[in-house]
Design a protein around this ligand. Structure first.
Ligand SMILES: Cc1ncc(COP(=O)(O)O)c(C=O)c1O
Length: 450
């Protein structure tokens, strides 16, 4: 540690003023930029550079340079495309307008969220499982809550993730300092347990060979595989966590897409309240990806090893690191959970589900192994023996369709691509038509099938 960074602000006091001046003069130069004397966070150094979606955007731009007139269809990133139903956007507009009036003006709200919204979330999603409104924390989206939960847990816990899974769990784990170095050979970080998912295990990890970890991130319906865990599978997961004294962080961001009787919440499983936290979101449920609204449920029954309630620490994190979701977004959230708002949202979800069905049918008709798309807006296609970036490149080259290479979700996705069902119907139909047309011409669309 150098002298300047060793100096705490309390110890420095006024006598350090000349040193501070010195410090500003002692900026080292590297390349063309000026460097400070602050070392980079070693955890961030460990993160892999090629973040998935910027790399996909780069490939899309390169493709457009090569084919300037191509009508590229993006079934990649998984952002919603349909307008928010009017009664919901109106409620946000009215709330925003009222902020300009003496009666309607509001400043900070409760850090944990608007009381009426907490109650509406508890009643809409958790009525049968008796989650209290005080156990619901409204947030600005579940990605932000994943990081706040990592802050709550700290760097000393061990974690397990599904492989493949949403990248936010692993990246936030690396940033907080739970992970070791990235291993090029395996495509995995040390100290993280990767629970492999695939058709061989019905997309549910083999818990008999899974080592104990403190935390288990579990997403159902899973992004990217689209698989919703069955009740029996979730019972096994809860039993596993109870036996090991672990905490499950259950991500139900896509629960609204479940069509069969798979549980929509981990709290449907008896005993889960003592071993689980649930994170969820209005993003894919109500098209709020840009509005930003989500929630986290921390049951009172969930205790740390010393008996301290997790909910108290989470409350502290929320009060310290967050100051509550936007009150305009929360007005929108309340409108989503009104009977009319809810009905309108369900119609949009049905639209995306129909898109997913069209995509599943198309890939199946091409003779490919297709998963997902029934309980989730993602279709997961297997190309045994191939590399996902090659499949991505080949589909883009031959059909001008953007997909997502499965390896971006972990080594377990290396032979897959993910196709998003978020899109305008005409684009989904056009995409299916392009795939079918190429195939029916007798040209082998996928080299890996040759
Ligand atoms: C599984 C999963 N969890 C969380 C998120 C983040 O959602 P939010 O928009 O609420 O931050 C996403 C976004 O795609 C996701 O797929």
């Amino acid at each position: 540690m150098n002298k300047l960074s060793a100096c705490s602000s309390m110890a420095c006091g006024i006598s350090l003023q000349p040193k501070m001046v010195l410090a500003s003069l002692r900026v080292r130069k590297q390349g063309n930029g000026r460097c400070t004397n602050v070392p980079r966070n070693v955890n961030l150094e460990k993160l892999q550079n090629n973040y998935l979606f910027p790399e996909i955007s780069k490939r899309e731009l390169q493709h457009l340079e090569k084919y300037p007139n191509a009508k590229v269809i993006s079934l990649g990133i998984g952002d919603t495309t349909e307008p928010i139903p009017e009664q919901i956007s109106l409620s946000m507009a009215n709330y925003a307008r009222a902020l300009s009036t003496a009666d309607g003006y509001r400043g900070y709200g409760a850090e944990q969220g608007n009381q009426a919204l907490r109650k509406a979330i508890a009643e809409t999603f958790y009525k049968d499982v008796a989650i209290k409104d005080t156990e619901v924390f409204v947030s600005d989206g579940s990605q932000c809550d994943i990081s706040r939960l990592q802050l709550l847990l700290g760097s000393k816990v061990t974690i397990a993730v599904q492989d493949p899974s949403f990248p936010g769990y692993i990246d936030s784990s690396v940033i907080i300092g739970q992970a070791g170095d990235f291993q090029d050979k395996t495509g995995k970080y040390q100290n993280i347990e990767y629970m492999q998912l695939g058709p061989q295990n019905n997309f549910f990890p083999d818990l008999t060979v899974t080592p104990r970890t403190d935390i288990i991130f579990f997403c159902s319906p899973n992004n990217p595989t689209g698989h919703a865990a069955t009740r029996k599978q979730l019972q096994q997961l809860v039993e596993f966590a109870r036996d090991n004294g672990s905490i499950i962080i259950f991500d139900s961001a896509y629960a609204a897409y479940i069509s069969d009787d798979s549980p929509k919440s981990i709290f449907e499983i008896p005993g889960a309240k003592e071993v689980a936290i649930e994170i969820s979101s209005f993003s894919k449920f109500a098209g709020f990806t840009g509005v930003r609204l989500g929630w986290t449920v921390v049951p009172e029954e969930l205790l740390f090893s010393g008996g301290f309630p997790v909910i108290h620490d989470f409350n502290r994190i929320v009060c310290t690191c967050f100051n509550g979701a936007s009150n305009i977004a929360q007005a929108g959230g309340l409108a989503c959970l009104s009977p009319e708002g809810f009905q309108a949202i369900c119609a949009v979800i049905d639209y995306y589900k129909e898109n997913a069905k069209i995509l599943v049918d198309t890939f199946a008709s091409l003779g490919l192994e297709v998963y997902g798309g029934v309980n989730a807006p993602y279709v997961w296609v297997h190309f045994p023996g191939s590399k996902s970036w090659n499949i991505f490149a080949e589909i883009l080259e031959k059909t001008h369709i953007i997909t997502v290479p499965g390896s971006g979700f972990g080594p377990g996705g290396g032979e897959y691509i993910r196709i998003s069902a978020f899109g305008k119907r005409k684009h989904i139909i056009e995409a299916s038509w392009r795939l079918e047309k190429l195939f029916s011409k007798g040209k082998p669309l996928f080299n890996c099938l040759k």
